[in-house]
Design a protein around this ligand. Sequence first.
Ligand SMILES: Nc1ncnc2c1ncn2[C@@H]1O[C@H](COP(=O)(O)OP(=O)(O)OP(=O)(O)O)[C@@H](O)[C@H]1O
Ligand SMILES: [Mg+2]
Length: 325
Amino acid sequence: MSEPAPPVLEKQRVRQVNLMSFVEQAVQVAEIAETLQVAETLQAVEALQVAETAETVQVAEIADATEIAKAAETVVSAKLHTENLDLFYGNFQALHKVNLAIPPLSITAFIGPSGCGKTTLLKTFNRMNDLVEGCRIEGDVLLDGDEIYGNMDVNHLRKRVGMVFQKPNPFPMSVYDNIAFGPRTHGIRRKGDLDEIVERSLRDAALFDELKDRLRHNALGLSGGQQQRLCIARALAAGPEVLLMDEPTSALDPASTAHIEELAIKLAERYTIVIVTHNMQQAARISDRTAFFLLGEIVECDTTAKIFSKPGDSRTEDYIRGRFG
Ligand SMILES: Nc1ncnc2c1ncn2[C@@H]1O[C@H](COP(=O)(O)OP(=O)(O)OP(=O)(O)O)[C@@H](O)[C@H]1O
Ligand SMILES: [Mg+2]
C-alpha cells in the first residue's frame, strides 16, 4: 500500500490535472473553430462555384439569345428568304430542304459542282421554273417577306427580280430597242422617257460611253462582253430590286470578266445581287456571302471570308480547294 501523498504534492497534482483538462478543452475549442472555419471556407468556395456556374449559364444564355436574335434579324431583314424549300422535276428532287436568307444590297455567290441545283434555286426567285412542265415546289420562297408562290403577280415579280443568263442573249434588234423592249411592254411610250431609261440603264451597265454612237446598230454585232453588259442594262431597265446572274462571265475573256465584276460590286450599292459562279476567285473577289451547294442541298452559307478561310464543313473545304467538282 502506498503512502498518501503529502498535501502540497497532492494539490500540485490536482492543479496539473486541471491544467491538462483546460489545455485539452482549449485544443478542442481550437479544433472546433478550425472545423468551423474550414466549413465556412468550403461554403465560400461552393458559393463562388455556384456564382461562377450562374455566370457561365447567364453568359451562355446571352450568347444563345444573341445568336437567335441575329438569326431572326437575318431572316426578317432578308431580301430573299427560303424556308424548307423542296423542288421536284417530275419524280426527281432537285432541291432538298433549302433554308437560305439573302441580305439586301449585297452580293451572294452560289458555288458547287455541276448539277447540284444552283440554277434551279436561282430560277425559283423569279418563278422561271413555272415554265418547266412537271416542276413542283414545296416550302416557302419570300421576297421582302411576301410569298413569291402565293398571290404575287408573276409579271410584277419578274420586274422586281431580273435575271441575266450564262450566254448573252440580246434580242435581234438595235441596242436601243433591246433596252426599251421591257419598258415598252410595261406601257412606256413617250420617246423622251424611253431615251432617258435607255441612257440610264446603259450608264449603270458601264456601257453608255462605248455605245452612245451605236444605239441604232444591231446588238448581235457587239462583242460577247458588250452583249453581256447589254443584257445587264436590259435587266436594269425594268427597275428591278434584285439581279440574278447565272454564270454571267463564263463565256467572257478576263478583261470583260473584270468589267462585269466591277459592275456587280457597284450595282450592289443599289441592288441585291445573287450570282452563280464556277470561278472560286470570282466568288472570293466580289461576294459578301457564299452558299455552297451539293446534290441539291445547301451545305453551308456564310460570309465569303469565313467560307474561304474557315468553312464549317469539310466538304466545302474540299470543294474550294479543288479536291472535287
Ligand atoms: N428542266 C429540267 N427538267 C428535269 N431536270 C432538270 C431540269 N433542269 C435541271 N434539272 C436537273 O436538276 C438538277 C440541278 O440542275 P441545275 O441546272 O440547277 O444545276 P446547276 O447547279 O446549275 O449545274 P451547272 O453548274 O452545271 O449549271 C440536275 O440534276 C439537272 O439535271
Ligand atoms: Mg447552272
